[in-house]
Design a protein around this ligand. Structure first.
Ligand code: ZN
Length: 111
């Protein structure tokens, strides 16, 4: 006769499985966030180049959340000078998970 699993044992097994999945998901999100720093816009050294100040926030929002790919909403936007270049820095918050993505842009001088 097969041993019958007690409900409490099953619950504990489910909690362990859920905890493991949550840990793996966080690790995946951490990796995605790290990758976002390596692509254009991730650091002041690799700004996204745009041609007009009017598209700075829209361009940043269009990247989506680095962690969960959710929709971003720009919360803050300033213009720090880094290594002699005036850049735009947008802080955008994910509507789904609440993570903040910092996006760096540079407005190209038009000739
Ligand atoms: Zn998110």
């Amino acid at each position: 006769m097969a041993a019958k699993r007690r409900p409490r044992t099953e619950r504990r097994a489910l909690v362990r499985k859920k905890t493991k999945l949550e840990r793996e998901l966080r690790a995946l999100e951490d990796a995605r966030e790290a990758r976002a720093k390596l692509v254009a816009g991730g650091t002041p050294a690799r700004p996204i180049v745009v041609t007009s100040a009017s598209v700075v926030e829209l361009t940043a929002e269009a990247l989506g959340c680095a962690r969960c790919e959710g929709t971003l909403r720009a919360e803050d936007h300033d213009a720090p000078t880094v290594d002699g270049l005036t850049l735009r820095r947008v802080r955008a918050r994910c509507r789904a998970c609440g993570a903040v993505r910092e996006v760096w842009l540079r407005i190209a001088a038009l000739n």
